[in-house]
Design a protein around this ligand. Structure first.
Ligand code: GLP
Length: 639
């Protein structure tokens, strides 16, 4: 559902912004606008000119357009399209080229004429690039200009590939990619070193010439840059902020991407709010951070000077509120994530009984488990809970070929030493397959399987450090992940069925899961959706009535203190042990931006920073000082 906003709450926003409950709902509205345009132009005997984008963000919109083409007869015969950008140095056959992306995600499925599809050419010799950029601009003009431009946004604030530093007058040109952008693309390219350094992009000025612009954004990773673009000053440090200049630009975003807008994050600063217990907690913890004072030292002036005077009028004095919030935060802390047997649990996050608990940790890929909650996992095991870790996908796509080569070499050496003809034959087959597919070809099933097995061995050795036996690990290898690449996955009932079976077998008292608020096409978000479906199908089962669901935040992120319902502190030794466990996932050290490397490119440093930062936040509230904390949020299925 689209949230209606009032002028008071959006007073800081310089771009009309619609917040939707889901990406799909947002896409329906945009698809409507595109249909209307195409139909109106058709009636007038004219072409409709669309500006198209790539990346994960528009994929759901394209799926909706394809559906309308198939089921509702929407025709693209009178559409001319211009894509925003293309990596420089890739041919259209490269699996990560935007040309190929557009074919796979849209063009191959609709009747948009090949001669009407325009994309910058990334394969041109350098000396021809300038002329082709000019020709691209000319072609847009000749087509009558862009009617509707679809945009995503990069974490640097780029639109198209207009990186920070791009001026609002810039036109189609070749640019150098920002290091953060290249790191964000590293996963698709199986390593940052494979990501092109340059790209050709429409300029900000070219984009601003479009008659109507929709910018789409999903997931919490985009929340900060969305708030900066919508509420911040117009600046070339955030090129998307120049969209404030446009007379007809709308941001269509989901709740997670909206979470840093003032009306969502600090609504008391832009109008009256309803002071629910959650809102009070959010506001008071924020006030403590803002004033850099521990909770118990906040005074009336702090409240009234920061938009919270009415809270005092409604809910009592600063003294009372401070103590209440202090106690609430204090009660989230527990060293017993599975509940403490025989203890008074009236102020504990988890119940004392039953004990021990059957605890099920769902890890979208190997490594998410230890990275996000390794310390908690260790405690659950040490405190004799009946722990199962289920890896939902094999994670095989994230293993670089170089790692497979090492294993094949080992297989060859062993095979020769043991003179085992069969082993040697198989190792040579793998060697040949790897060579033949090239750097970016799709992995043949045998290679993919081997990559999945490599990740299993890493999971086992990291689990050993947490004293979890191999028999407690389950590798579900959900089928959706085993075909295609990132962005093409489409889970179905086969995936849900596999998870339902596991739930029925274990009948957990507590489930630890992640993926809420992520980009809906990401593996954690897809896994979370599968969990939701599996739980919905298990509604009538007795175990579910007595099951707590705890959400851990994805790798590289942590809940904010006001969101944490259970905080598990780790001692320096426990924390070090967890970090050693993470190191066992050697194939991942250069992978995805949130795992191996931090924003400065330092390997693994993020892992230790996050849990330490949560501990500092608790300390700053005036609570005890710990080495590190892992945070969890209780998830209410019926919410
Ligand atoms: C790429 C594209 C942009 C896109 C952005 C966000 O760099 N050039 O057009 O908006 O990344 O990507 P995603 O939608 O995958 O988050």
């Amino acid at each position: 559902m689209r949230q209606t906003s009032n002028p008071e709450s959006t007073q800081r926003e310089h771009i009309p912004t619609d917040i939707f409950a889901s990406a799909d709902q947002a896409c329906t509205g945009i698809a409507d606008a595109i249909c209307e345009l195409i139909t109106a132009r058709k009636t007038a005997g004219k072409p409709a000119v669309l500006g198209l984008a790539t990346g994960s963000t528009p994929v759901r919109l394209y799926r909706e357009l394809i559906r309308r083409h198939r089921e509702e007869g929407l025709s693209f015969a009178n559409v001319i399209s211009f894509n925003l950008d293309e990596y420089y140095g890739l041919t259209g056959e490269h699996p990560e080229s935007y040309r190929r992306f557009m074919r796979e995600q849209l063009f191959d499925w609709v009747d948009l004429r090949p001669e009407n599809r325009n994309l910058p050419d990334g394969a041109l010799p350098r000396e021809d690039v300038l002329a082709s950029c000019r020709a691209y601009e000319e072609a847009i003009r000749e087509a009558g200009g862009i009617d509707i431009q679809i945009l995503g946004i990069g974490r640097t604030g780029h639109i198209g590939f207009n990186e920070p530093g791009s001026s609002p007058e810039s036109r189609t040109r070749i640019i150098t990619l920002d290091s953060l952008t290249r790191r964000d693309a590293a996963r698709d390219f199986l390593g940052e070193e494979n990501v092109p350094r340059h790209a050709i992009t429409m300029g900000v000025g070219t984009i601003l010439d479009a008659r109507k612009i929709f910018l789409l954004a999903w997931g919490e990773a985009k929340a900060e840059v969305i708030a900066q673009s919508v509420e911040g000053p117009q600046t070339d440090a955030i090129p998307a902020s120049f969209l404030q200049k446009h007379p007809d630009c709308v941001f269509c975003i989901d709740e997670a991407a909206a979470s840093h807008l003032t009306r969502v994050r600090h609504p008391w600063l832009v109008g009256t709010v309803e002071w629910s217990p959650e809102m009070i907690r959010k506001a008071v913890l924020w006030l403590s951070r803002k004033t850099k004072k521990p909770l118990l030292k906040l005074i009336e002036e702090d409240y009234s000077e920061n938009g919270m005077a009415d809270l005092l009028t409604e809910k009592g004095s600063a003294y009372e509120l401070n103590i209440k919030m202090f106690n609430t935060a204090q009660h989230t802390i527990t060293g017993w994530p599975g509940g403490k047997p025989d203890a008074d649990d009236s102020h504990r996050p988890e119940r004392a009984n039953p004990f021990p608990k059957r605890s099920l940790l769902l890890s979208p890929e190997p490594l998410d488990d230890i990275y996000c909650m390794g310390g908690t996992l260790h405690r659950l095991v040490n405190q004799n809970n009946d722990v199962t870790v289920a890896y939902l996908t094999s994670g095989n796509l994230a293993v670089p070929d170089s790692e497979v080569r090492r294993v094949i070499e080992l297989m060859l050496e062993l095979g020769e030493e043991r003179e085992s003809v069969d082993d040697l034959k198989f190792a040579r087959l793998l060697e040949r397959q790897l060579r033949e597919k090239g750097d970016f070809g799709d992995d043949p099933p045998e290679v993919r399987r081997l990559k999945g097995l490599i990740r299993r061995t890493e999971s086992r050795s990291s689990a050993r450090l947490l004293e979890i036996g191999s028999d407690r690990l389950r590798f579900l290898d959900l089928p959706f992940y085993e075909h295609g690449r990132y962005r093409t996955f489409q889970p179905d009932e086969k995936d849900t069925k596999r998870l339902i079976e596991l739930l029925r077998e274990i009948r957990p008292h507590q489930i630890f899961a992640t993926g809420l608020g992520n980009d809906p096409l990401s593996v954690p978000a897809l896994c979370f959706e599968i969990l939701r479906n599996a739980l919905a199908a298990s509604q009538s089962e007795a175990w579910l009535k007595d099951c707590y669901i705890w959400l851990y935040r994805g790798p590289g992120m942590e809940w904010e203190t006001h969101e944490i319902d259970m905080a598990v502190p780790l001692s320096p030794d426990e924390f070090e042990n967890k970090i050693q466990g993470i190191y066992q996932h050697q194939t991942q050290r250069n992978q995805s931006p949130n795992l191996g490397k931090d924003d400065n490119g330092n390997t693994w440093s993020l892992a230790s920073k996050i849990n330490r930062a949560t501990a500092s936040s608790y300390d700053e509230l005036g609570l005890a000082e710990y080495e590190a904390i892992e945070g969890f949020r209780r998830f209410d299925l019926n919410r």
